[in-house]
Design a protein around this ligand. Structure first.
Ligand code: AMP
Length: 117
């Protein structure tokens, strides 16, 4: 999938568009979802230009790990570590991916249905 450097998340990373940023490191930024599907709904985004999970390369394995570790830390800060939370990476059309800058959803704060449908 072609990466669009003028996409919404690219602009959030460059601070050209406002977002409620809850975490930032050298390689990763995380912010509140603008249309939350749960009481806690955070998007964890790599700063690298990666459109979908399909586009990760083997040298980005540690970046993927950083995203999960960021989610772990944010879940703790948001108080859902023990109650439970879900990490989701929607990939391509059938999964409902809307933004083609790869992102990890962190959802929690309520009972989540499974399977998601
Ligand atoms: P996905 O469907 O997995 O691509 O998820 C995209 C998510 O981005 C959705 O949950 C949207 O609510 C969220 N979103 C879209 N625009 C923004 C924005 N400007 N700031 C924060 N979240 C956004």
């Amino acid at each position: 999938m072609q990466y669009d450097p003028e996409g919404i998340f690219a602009k959030i990373i460059r601070k050209e568009i406002d977002a409620n940023i809850v975490y930032e490191s050298e390689n990763v930024v995380a912010f509140e979802d603008i249309n939350p599907k749960a009481p806690v709904h955070i998007l964890i985004v790599p700063k690298a230009e990666v459109a979908t999970v399909n586009d990760f390369t083997p040298d980005q394995a540690s970046l993927i790990g950083e995203m999960v570790l960021a989610a772990q830390q944010i879940a703790k800060e948001k108080g859902v570590s023990e109650s439970g939370y879900r990490l989701v990476m929607n990939t391509m059309d059938d999964a409902g991916q809307e933004i083609y800058h790869v992102h990890l959803h962190l959802l929690g704060g309520r009972r989540l249905k499974w399977p998601p449908g």
